[in-house]
Design a protein around this ligand. Structure first.
Ligand code: PSV
Ligand code: MN
Length: 397
């Protein structure tokens, strides 16, 4: 099977519509439960995070927005919104999805929206409502809710009551949404809770999103699944239900490892992209999804890791665009199993790099953004500036 004759156009169309949101937290020092390895070039402020994200956008041309985490990026809460907006405009990026932080404060030890203490639930809801307000002011469409809520010991938590509390809060948050805004409900099977997590899988997230209201959708973080789970099937079902809101892309081997997208199982990422492309082909319009990266690298250079991830996403999306859906449907309907499977496999194995490079050239972008980044001197400059600042700060300490 050779690539379809219109392969360059297919790749070009797929890349034209692919916009990927970068996570502000992917540029700062983050760690594991066991500690942090600091990088001298890591961003410490929202200004620096936006600057680094803008650099990735400058080199890739497809990352105009940055997801922010309210507690980390809006230290003054709502009062800091205007300042952050100015920084974003100066950097040349826009503020994307708003992420409430309902997991770090001491009061959330036994949960946030699902905490048995009504006072804590109220505080968590107030933060969530602030996030909706922040999203309105930043012009952001999505508020992505991930809850760390759960329990570690059987018998200690009333599972159904907690579900009802979460539902109540999401309904309230949904009431505050402006037109066009969306509440995205993210699920995760475990960590930090290890006995039960309140929103553990896509079924729970779907029920909560349905209960919250018509502007709520499910957010699929690719790392938040058990080993061997068929993620593309979840994606297909959510698309079919009109309930897929978007993704947090990364890869995993053991748990929520936050590994580079496609580094462990690129074929799975490809199959996810294929389900989306197939849906688009059958519906004649692209599914309206938020494509976000959720990775924070401890060992790799953060900006490099982000550029690499974006390039991988482009490559895999380009490969998925090569699948001839009409042909595939025909093979499926006459149970031509080998032909159908080969249609997918061949597209996956096609080298799309020449077309990807061509697309970049035509858009005035560097053909190889990683090389361009290394030659730009950006890393050397921020390393100098940021390590100087740290030295100055520690000499006052
Ligand atoms: C939780 O593991 C998660 O995937 C959520 O999306 C958080 O917002 C993000 O990671 C950063 O902690
Ligand atoms: Mn996530």
């Amino acid at each position: 099977m050779t690539p379809p004759s219109d392969a360059p156009e297919r790749v070009s169309r797929a890349l034209d519509t692919l916009q990927i949101e970068l996570p502000s937290w992917g540029f700062s020092d983050t760690g594991t439960r066991f500690g942090k390895f600091l990088q001298p070039a890591a961003a410490a402020t929202i200004d620096e995070k936006l600057g680094d994200a803008a650099e990735v956008h400058r080199l890739t041309g497809c990352c105009p927005t940055v997801a922010v985490h309210v507690l980390w990026d809006f230290p003054g809460g709502i009062a800091s919104v205007d300042g952050v907006l100015q920084l974003a405009a100066r950097a040349g990026v826009r503020i994307g999805s708003i992420n409430p932080n309902l997991f770090e404060d001491q009061q959330y030890k036994h949960g946030s929206l699902a905490n048995p203490d009504a006072e804590v639930r109220r505080a968590a809801l107030a933060h969530l409502l602030d996030c909706v307000e922040i999203a309105t002011r930043t012009g952001s469409r999505d508020i992505s809710v991930w809850l760390a809520d759960g329990s570690n010991y059987p018998g200690t938590a009333h599972i159904r009551r907690r579900r009802a509390w979460i539902e109540e809060a999401l309904v309230e948050a949904h009431r505050r949404l402006a037109r066009g805004q969306r509440l995205l409900v993210e699920y995760k099977p475990f960590e930090p809770a290890f006995y039960h997590t309140d929103v553990a899988d896509w079924g729970m997230a779907l029920l909560l999103a349905r209960a919250a209201g018509p502007q709520a959708r499910v957010l699929v973080d690719t790392g938040h699944h058990y080993q061997a789970q068929n993620i593309e099937q979840i994606v297909a079902w959510l698309l079919d239900e009109g309930m897929l809101g978007g993704f947090h892309f990364n890869d995993r081997r053991y748990a929520d490892d936050d590994l580079t997208l496609g580094s462990i199982d690129p074929y799975q990422t490809f199959r996810i992209f294929h389900e989306i492309a197939l849906f688009t082909a059958e519906h004649g319009a692209p599914a309206d999804l938020a494509w976000m990266i959720d990775q924070s690298h401890n060992l790799k250079g953060k900006i490099e890791a982000m550029i690499q991830t974006v390039a991988i996403a482009q490559e895999l999306a380009a490969k998925a665009a090569l699948v001839d859906s009409q042909q595939l449907l025909e093979y499926q309907s006459r149970l031509a199993l080998v032909e159908a499977e080969e249609t997918l496999r061949r597209a996956f194995l096609t080298d799309v790099l020449p077309w990807l490079r061509d697309w970049r050239r035509r858009h005035g972008l560097p053909e190889d953004p990683l090389v361009a980044f290394r030659e730009s001197g950006y890393l050397e400059r921020i390393t100098r500036e940021r390590s100087g600042r740290r030295k100055a700060a520690s000499s006052y300490a």
